[in-house]
Design a protein around this ligand. Structure first.
Ligand SMILES: *Cc1c(COP(=O)(O)O)cnc(C)c1O
Length: 411
């Protein structure tokens, strides 16, 4: 049997004008001239705002949306999102400064991460944000630093769930984890929090990331609500924040399709009344990174050379894994698969050639597209890697081989 070859989900978010991809209404060659150099990342502000609006329309009213900044910490992107979401989740003091600069209310910022240094905790307490506690030791440090500063730190407990989901992409819950406090130890931690000078705000229940299966997320939400409500019975104060994590994925690879929000929304409609009945002050929060920004961004590099090695066409570009580790397949992928790639300056030309897109680094890992069907490209053409708005520039080893850093623009 000849199964159909899996293809990428169609990338229709950016229009094509005169054969060129257009971002935020700017044709790619014009945008490249405006940025002044290649390679660069470009993010479309209209698409980011539309994604938040689409989510709000799909999900039950009352669900709050937070942006997990580590997906894309570009200050302009964070500033834009601060005006559209209900809160920001930071993972370092560096991200915290960017979040505070947006002017968002500090009470709507939370700080997660397994290794927060004292200086970071000090900054977080001084700013008045909510610290998601990841351990007993961290709890004691937060209380001590709060005493030293004469402030009452706001805290939530990050829970390492006691369930694990079979189909989640990156597993971050269940079993032994460096993240959060094991669910079975949380009651003991809650008692300790109650005895310290800490302001308890709620729970952060993070179960996974990059899921494209609605059933997995529905299952996770059911178990998360059950666990969170059970733990809330031992809380030293009413639960205000009931953060049920994120996990909404976007299609990167051939055969992947977009997440269906409808079953997730229907399920939440049944879960929310349970929360309202048992913890009336609780605000349910979903925190998302890549789902908000991933599809709104592209990575653009220029073809420097075109060569043929033993019958195989190579497009050698000025971009590569030092700017876009994930597209090279080296950011957590087990088997390398191609991101969606196109020749952004020849969008009307048929993809008649099989070519590999490589970068300038002297390593076979520096591969942006392996044997892909592409339009015939020449030096000077611009290669586009789609689905690049999250875990791109900031998640790449920019110093590797000492090439110039890439630019970034919000259009
Ligand atoms: C990374 C992270 C996220 C965002 O994950 P995405 O897959 O980008 O949505 C959300 N919450 C926490 C605690 C994280 O560490």
């Amino acid at each position: 049997m000849n199964a159909p070859r899996p293809v990428h989900a169609p990338m229709t978010q950016f229009p094509v004008v005169d054969g060129c991809l257009s971002i935020g209404g700017v044709p790619l060659p014009v945008l490249a001239a405006r940025v002044g150099r290649t390679p660069f990342y470009a993010y479309d502000r209209v698409l980011i705002a539309a994604r938040v609006a689409e989510l709000r329309a799909a999900l039950p009213a009352g669900i709050e949306l937070h942006y997990a900044m580590k997906a894309n910490p570009m200050p302009a992107v964070v500033q834009l999102l601060a005006g559209h979401v209900d809160g920001l989740d930071v993972a370092s003091a560096g991200e915290l400064q960017v979040a505070l600069d947006t002017g968002i209310d500090a009470r709507e910022i939370s700080f997660a991460g397994p290794g927060k240094r004292d200086a970071e905790l000090r900054a977080a307490i001084a700013a008045g944000i909510t610290i998601n506690l990841e351990s007993f030791g961290e709890t004691e440090r937060v209380a001590r630093i709060g005493d030293e500063l004469g402030l009452h730190p706001s805290v939530a407990v990050r829970v390492n769930p006691d369930f694990e989901l079979k189909a989640a992409g990156m597993k971050m819950g269940g079993g032994a984890k460096p993240f959060g406090v094991d669910a079975e130890l949380v009651p003991e931690l809650l008692a300790r929090i109650g005895s310290l000078d800490l302001r308890f705000r709620g729970f952060h229940l993070f179960w996974g990331s990059q899921s494209l299966r609605a059933e997995t997320i529905v299952d996770a939400h059911r178990q998360t609500f059950a666990l969170g409500l059970r733990l809330a019975d031992a809380a030293p104060a009413p639960v205000e924040l009931f953060n049920i994590g994120g996990g909404f994925g976007i299609p990167y690879f051939p055969g992947e399709t977009r997440l269906d929000l409808a079953p997730i929304a229907d399920n939440l409609e049944t879960l929310l009344p349970q929360l309202a009945a048992r913890q009336p002050q609780a605000r349910p929060v979903i925190e998302l990174g890549r789902y908000l920004v991933g599809e709104a961004g592209i990575y653009v590099c220029e073809v420097l050379d075109r060569k043929v090695s033993r019958g195989q066409v190579y497009l050698v570009t000025d971009g590569g894994l030092h700017h876009h580790l994930a597209a090279s397949g080296n950011f957590g992928q087990v088997i390398r698969k191609n991101y969606p790639v196109a020749i952004g300056t020849r969008m009307d030309s048929p993809a008649t050639e099989t070519a590999s897109v490589v970068g300038p680094l002297c390593t076979p890992l520096d591969l942006l597209g392996e044997r892909m069907a592409l339009a015939v490209a020449e030096p000077g053409d611009l290669v586009v890697v789609f689905q690049s708005g999250a875990y791109g520039r900031s998640a790449s080893p920019a110093g590797f081989l000492s090439h110039p850093a890439c630019a970034e623009v919000l259009v």
